[in-house]
Design a protein around this ligand. Structure first.
Ligand SMILES: [Fe+2]
Ligand SMILES: [Fe+2]
Length: 324
């Protein structure tokens, strides 16, 4: 027993000390009510990402300002409770000796088999027969420039698919859900092909929006432009280099990428204007929502309560008994 990774932290360990090597995600300096500055430090290992408090920021300001994403640190910390929630407070923090740390051990990885996922992607690729649509996928996914990034990138910073191969897993889920609906609703072959292309490319620009692991967080382009615009922009450029690309297919694919968040409030500049775009949006939402619930329940699985805390993106808590 004892705390061997962040996932082990639970109510049974309140007021206990522990030592771990973790990866820094993010450091936010804040001001407490007494006017003293402290730091909220996001730390993670392969099992979980959490936010920890560091009250001694003012005594160690230079060091804390010098650490950032990708740095591995050794921490001594204590488990506490604040307003009913578990709170981790860092007592001591120092840089880990990098030679002795395998950073990939500190980053979560998709639990899906990588070869199976790559085969899955090819399975859908083989269903696209129209030469110009195939060319688009060859350029943007199955090319030396992008395939490595596409198959290793996370699909999100937090909440869902935020692990190695997360984008590949999420894309495959969206392909499976979309294709099932397309077949069930007897869409035309052309519509099905378009939907496959849209599903493969809808989050493609996350390879630009997010830094590649083990760096976490957004790139400058990501912050300034976002993956919805970047995806549409890059796809449009790629399409314009392909001779004979049908103009309806072009419009529909770009609308699908731009509208996949479903509504303006969630960052789509236009609404889904085709049945394929609506299916893509629903499949995308299903993949993200279900993944966030599963992850949330498993992260809080060891605790006694019947329910999880409230999952902010879903607006409710979840019942976690009776799963196996
Ligand atoms: Fe997206
Ligand atoms: Fe997505």
């Amino acid at each position: 027993m004892g705390i061997k990774q962040l996932k082990d932290i639970n109510r049974n360990y309140i007021s206990q000390n522990f030592e771990l090597t973790v990866l820094i995600g993010d450091v936010k300096v804040k001001v407490a009510r007494n006017g003293k500055r402290f730091a909220d430090i996001t730390i993670q290992d392969a099992s979980k990402m959490i936010e920890a408090k560091y009250w001694d920021y003012e005594d160690n300001e230079e060091f804390i300002n010098s650490i950032g994403a990708e740095d591995a640190v050794n921490i001594k910390a204590v488990v506490g409770e604040y307003q009913g929630q578990i709170q981790v407070t860092i007592k001591h923090i120092e840089k880990a000796v990098m030679d002795s740390v395998d950073i990939t051990n500190l980053i979560p990885t998709s639990t899906w088999n990588l070869d199976t996922m790559k085969n899955g992607l090819e399975f859908f690729y083989r269903k696209v027969h129209t030469p110009y649509m195939k060319k688009l996928l060859d350029k943007m996914i199955f090319s030396e420039d992008y395939f490595e990034a596409f198959s290793t990138h996370p699909a999100a910073r937090r909440v869902h698919h935020n692990y190695y191969h997360g984008l590949l897993q999420h894309t495959l889920e969206v392909l499976k859900f979309s294709y099932t609906v397309a077949v069930t609703k007897q869409l035309s072959e052309r519509q099905k092909e378009r939907l496959i292309v849209m599903a493969m490319l809808h989050d493609w620009a996350k390879i630009i929006e997010y830094k590649s692991l083990p760096n976490v967080g957004f790139t400058e382009k990501g912050v300034m432009l976002g993956h919805v615009f970047l995806g549409a922009h890059n796809t449009l450029n790629a399409i314009d280099e392909i001779e004979g690309f049908n103009q309806d297919d072009k419009l529909i694919i770009i609308n699908g990428i731009l509208s996949h968040h479903g509504c303006l409030e969630f960052g789509s500049p236009v609404l889904p204007k085709t049945v394929e775009a609506q299916i893509l949006h629903q499949a995308d939402k299903m993949s993200g929502d279900v993944e966030s619930i599963i992850t949330f329940i498993s992260e809080q699985g060891d605790e006694e309560d019947a329910f999880t805390n409230k999952l902010w993106n879903m607006g409710t808590n979840y019942y976690k008994r009776g799963i196996d």
